[in-house]
Design a protein around this ligand. Structure first.
Ligand SMILES: Nc1nc2c(ncn2[C@@H]2O[C@H](COP(=O)(O)OP(=O)(O)OP(=O)(O)O)[C@@H](O)[C@H]2O)c(=O)[nH]1
Ligand SMILES: [Mg+2]
Ligand SMILES: [Zn+2]
Length: 280
């Protein structure tokens, strides 16, 4: 008699702790990974589709995409949470993050938090800036409009990202109180550089998954060349320059610089672009 055939199944990794992988299929399984992953230096991420038997993850299916920081694969969309205040409204971080998300061939969705901390004049100011981002093609959401947010989550893997303290975990708890994610004081986070959220797992919502992620205080664009950065300021491509490979810095007859001067391109976008190119 031959060996007993073990049942093979396919599922998605939703949680990793130590060397244990929680895989969701018809139900949840707690598994270990076969040695070959370590030998071949393959790191398994939440979001990975895997083949498994009763005890082990045997194989990983090809990834559609993945992020290293935070480690998540097969992402459908990224919601960038940005706060209107506390921590301060920060267009430099927003533009940097949009650039990275675009570089990964995903469309960022921008979600504003803490508008309640602003007076009406400040609110109008921020709304005007956000209209620019909407005009160039990005969806804008507000963290008090849970219905709209929940609507776009269905059937997708969505990663919530953004600076520490902007309210990612608070928002996810509002989307579904069963998540019970830890939240914390902004002052404590910024002072000690401490994140309340430490690891990444996928949370089930309707027919999709959400990933809360630890916020960052600063990060850089090291993996991107200057040309990559330029190409991921998507609205620049609408303007024509004399030189086909124009970097929009020192060149003459530059359509982008003209558009900045005539307020067609948001000044802060262009200023941030220059800072990123100069690796500030
Ligand atoms: N006034 C106001 N406070 C908010 C809002 N959203 C979140 N907060 C507060 O902001 C603080 C930080 O919220 P968290 O949800 O822990 O922030 P986080 O983005 O998950 O932070 P990390 O996990 O460190 O990345 C908490 O004290 C929240 O109560 C909001 O819309 N308005
Ligand atoms: Mg958090
Ligand atoms: Zn140019």
């Amino acid at each position: 008699m031959g060996k007993m055939q073990l049942d093979k199944k396919q599922g998605i990794i939703i949680k990793i702790y130590g060397d244990i992988f929680v895989v969701k299929s018809d139900k949840k399984y707690k598994l270990k990974a076969k040695m070959k992953f370590k030998k071949e230096n393959i790191k398994l991420f939440v979001g990975d589709q895997v083949i498994f038997d009763d005890n082990y993850i045997l194989d990983i299916l090809p990834r559609k995409n993945y992020l290293i920081r935070p480690p998540v694969s097969n992402i459908d969309q990224i919601i960038i949470v940005i706060s209107a205040s506390n921590p301060e409204f920060n267009l430099n971080l927003l533009d940097k993050f949009i650039c990275i998300v675009e570089f990964n061939n995903l469309k960022p969705i921008i979600c504003l938090s803490k508008m309640d901390l602003l007076d009406s004049k400040e609110k109008a100011n921020i709304s005007k800036i956000l209209m620019y981002y909407e005009k160039i093609g990005y969806t804008i959401l507000y963290n008090d409009d849970i219905d709209s947010i929940r609507n776009i989550l269905n059937g997708k893997i969505t990663v919530f990202s953004g600076q520490s303290g902007v309210g990612k975990s608070t928002l996810l708890n509002k989307i579904d109180s069963k998540f019970q994610l830890k939240t914390g004081e902004v002052s404590a986070k910024l002072l000690r550089g401490k994140n309340t959220t430490r690891h990444v797992e996928l949370l089930e919502i309707d027919d999709g998954y959400l990933a809360d992620t630890p916020g960052f205080s600063a990060f850089d664009l090291v993996e991107m060349s200057d040309q990559d950065i330029r190409d991921n300021f998507i609205e620049f491509s609408y303007y024509n320059c004399q030189y086909r490979d124009c970097m929009h810095i020192h060149e003459v007859n530059c359509g982008v610089k003209n558009a900045v001067n005539s307020d067609k391109i948001l000044k802060s976008r262009y200023e941030n672009y220059k800072k990123f190119i100069c690796k500030e």
